[in-house]
Design a protein around this ligand. Structure first.
Ligand code: ADP
Ligand code: ZN
Ligand code: ZN
Length: 719
């Protein structure tokens, strides 16, 4: 006989919680992590809800797992994410539930927190303990007694009566606590006003979202650190989200200079015991500040007071497999649920965020000038139609002259080209065969260092052949177009004395080595840095005075309506690397279309005009944020299967007024990893319940068969 039923959500791609009987004598609460039978095995899950009932028809919960329970806010957040993205609820849970995969860490210290049972007898001493513990945080027994000004015996008594419960804590603290007053920089007038505005939002209910917009080098980091300090002072937690690569030693050192210790960091490279300890420390509230990649948004914070989304416009915030979510948008939701203030920081905010600020949904705080009277770099377009560049060369005479000048004065140069490898296309001069990926509709990119041809979509690698695989001609292969490796070759010929380094995601040695090299660049150990967008953003290289953009037009030719915005943001970021130290900086931008609005805005520095125009175009086209979009990708190993299923779906789309369904058409990359892809696009007016419509449509669709898959992407980033 049991008296309760637990609906347990299992972190697998399942859309609903399963019901289990709660055995008598197993005290369970909503949010507890439990072990339950599923088919022939036992799996972990979370009690999503508890209700009275006999449970006679159900299997029983096998037991509780010693893991931090998920708070009601956390469960609401995961429910919301699943609802918004149309992902199975269990998949959303899988992002938020991290269980130990080995033996439990040694738990030596004992923490206590409020359990709920009222004490049998209330005394003033007990009253003080209960009031303190009312915030739900885990404290050491000794700390709780001390803070409440009572003896340990009073706390023990409350544990015996079930008013407090014990929680095992890790032997050593997971992370040392940042000191909000360790060392404060003297802020400029603008910075101080901005910092006060941000810190103030932590005391508001509901806590607002603020766009912190400031040109590169204006001190956004310094400013949001003050909001972080305020969170720590209030005994709350702060999360700083960053595009993964921005988690550099440089950032961690800056944090340490301000707060005395480095923040805890969370990203895909944090594994094993360390990850487990952090997770537990975040759940208990012991860890005060986390700097992390987008996945850090799904941690079980005990008392979140602030979320900073640094470089909020970054595409890296969008997860495009599994649960398709945008971490910036989900941060705003999590902030609302936890009553945590949210700060979106950027030099080049997304149009979505700008529009939200303009409509008054977000606050808007600006830092219009670089710190310390430093000037923004002077930007000049180099018109490639006018400059003579020999075949197989990519640096214009103007750029070379500027490099000579800067290098001559011992300064650093960054050459930016957003193309990995040596050459984006390889073909045979004899038979015109183009080397294409066998699994994707994409050209193979030559990587000369590795002597191979590589697919950037699926990772397929083949050795660069000696003779053409199509016609057998020897020495007939030609590399077309430049990649960063090829630029490095040209630079080595032009400046043989100078120390150059190529940085792209192909950089051997992993993230650690990359971090070291970034630090070495900042320290002036290289003269010329040749890099992809990996080096374009967030970094502070004080000796860098010249940035050369080799091909500003790369991003502009795609059919994506966001292409202009993206390119503008990227070029603004890259050119913003120049002149962040004592000496002023400049940027030369090589382009075939100097009159293009993106290039013109960049050169004139009139970002406002560019954004106004882009926003108007979006509004007229009914594109986000003025309308809503979802993309549905149907994929299968056979082209016919994918197309047939996409057509069958389109047949039952039945769009109501305000909804348009486009397609199916071949997806922009029609073949990836051996799977053929067709796309349906849903475009709706702003007020339409997009999720409601999609759910109703999916329910009408035929079931997928075989290896056919449908992936739904609400708010796709490219379309
Ligand atoms: P942003 O994030 O806006 O690009 P940062 O916060 O990285 O700007 O600041 C740019 C540079 O200026 C950094 O080297 C930073 O240390 C320095 N800086 C900014 N504000 C101050 C300040 N108030 N005192 C001292 N240095 C500052
Ligand atoms: Zn050939
Ligand atoms: Zn491929």
């Amino acid at each position: 006989m049991t008296s309760h039923i637990a609906d347990v959500l299992i972190p697998l791609a399942l859309d609903t919680a399963y019901s289990y009987a709660v055995p008598d004598g197993l005290p369970l609460r909503e949010g507890d992590v439990v072990q339950v039978p599923l088919g022939t095995r036992e799996v972990a899950g979370v009690v999503w809800s508890l209700r009275p009932g006999s449970g006679a028809n159900f299997k029983s919960v096998a037991g509780r797992i010693e893991a931090p329970p998920l708070s009601p806010q956390m469960r609401r957040f995961l429910d919301w994410v699943a609802w918004y993205t149309l992902a199975p609820k269990g998949s959303a849970l899988a992002m938020g539930l991290k269980l130990a995969d080995g033996e439990r860490p040694e738990a030596v210290r004992v923490g206590v927190r409020l359990a709920g049972a009222p004490p049998r007898r209330m005394t003033p001493a007990r009253q003080r303990v209960v009031a303190l513990a009312g915030d739900g945080l885990v404290r050491l027994k000794r700390e709780l007694a001390q803070e409440a000004g009572v003896s340990i015996g009073v706390v023990d008594g409350l544990i015996d009566e079930g008013t407090l419960e014990t929680v095992a804590l890790l032997a050593e603290p997971v992370a040392e606590s940042p000191d909000p007053d360790f060392s404060r920089n003297h802020l400029s007038e603008d910075q101080r006003a901005a910092a006060e505005a941000l810190a103030g939002t932590l005391s508001e209910t509901p806590a607002p979202v603020t766009l912190l917009e400031g040109v590169t080098g204006s001190g956004k980091t310094e400013v949001y650190f003050e909001a972080v300090a305020e969170a720590v002072r209030q005994g709350r937690q702060a999360l700083i989200l960053m595009p993964e690569i921005a988690l550099t030693a440089q950032f961690l050192d800056r944090f340490a200079a301000r707060f005395g210790v480095k923040p805890a960091t969370w990203h895909s490279g944090v594994t094993g015991r360390k990850r487990e300890r952090l997770y537990a420390g975040i759940a208990s509230g012991e860890v005060k500040v986390v700097a992390g990649a987008r996945s850090a948004l799904f941690l079980p914070y005990a008392r979140l007071g602030l979320i900073v989304v640094d470089e909020e416009h970054e595409t890296a915030y969008k997860q495009e497999d599994g649960v398709h979510y945008h971490a910036r948008d989900m941060a705003v939701v999590r902030g609302r649920i936890e009553n945590a203030a949210v700060v979106l920081a950027s030099a080049t905010p997304s149009i979505e965020t700008r529009v939200n600020a303009a409509r008054g949904r977000y606050r808007h705080v600006r830092l219009p000038e670089r710190f310390g009277g430093r000037q923004l770099p002077r930007i000049r377009a180099v018109d490639l139609r006018r400059e003579q560049i020999p075949r197989g060369r990519w640096l214009s005479p103007s750029l070379i002259a500027a490099m000579e000048e800067s290098l001559g004065q011992g300064e650093q140069v960054l050459l930016f080209l957003n193309r990995r490898g040596y050459a984006p296309l390889t073909l045979c001069r004899a038979c015109a065969h183009r080397y294409e990926c066998p699994n994707c509709s994409a050209w193979l990119v030559e990587h000369r260092f590795r002597r191979s041809l590589v697919c950037h979509h699926c990772g397929h690698v083949e050795r660069t052949p000696q003779a053409c695989i199509a016609c057998g001609s020897v020495d007939s292969l030609v590399s077309c177009g430049p990649g960063v490796e090829r630029i490095a070759e040209e630079v080595a010929e032009l400046f043989p004395e100078k120390r150059g380094i190529v940085l792209s995601s192909d950089f051997p040695g992993g993230t650690e080595r990359l971090r070291r090299e970034l630090a070495a660049i900042a320290a002036g150990e290289f003269d010329i840095v040749i890099g992809t967008q990996l080096v374009a953003k967030g970094h502070n290289f004080p000796l860098m005075t010249l940035v050369g953009v080799l091909d500003a037009d790369i991003g502009l030719t795609s059919g994506d309506p966001r292409a202009a915005e993206r390119t503008f943001q990227l070029l603004q970021q890259v050119t913003g690397r120049a002149g962040r130290g004592e000496k002023p900086g400049r940027a030369l931008v090589q382009t075939w279309q100097p009159d293009h609005p993106v290039i013109a805005a960049l050169v004139s520095g009139d970002a406002e005009r560019f954004y106004r125009e882009e926003t108007r175009v979006r509004e007229m086209a009914g594109l986000p944020p003025f309308g809503r979009l979802a993309s549905l990708i149907v994929s299968a190993a056979e082209r016919e299967a994918a197309e047939a299923h996409a057509r069958a779906m389109a047949k039952v789309a039945e769009p109501p007024p305000g909804v348009t369904v486009l397609g199916p058409a071949e997806a922009p990359l029609a073949l990836i990893r051996g799977r053929y892809r067709f796309r349906l696009l849903v475009k709706t007016e702003r007020e339409v319940d997009l999720q409601g419509y999609l759910r109703a449509w999916m329910a009408r669709c035929p079931k997928v068969r075989g290896n056919t898959r449908v992936a739904i992407d609400v708010d796709p980033q490219s379309f």
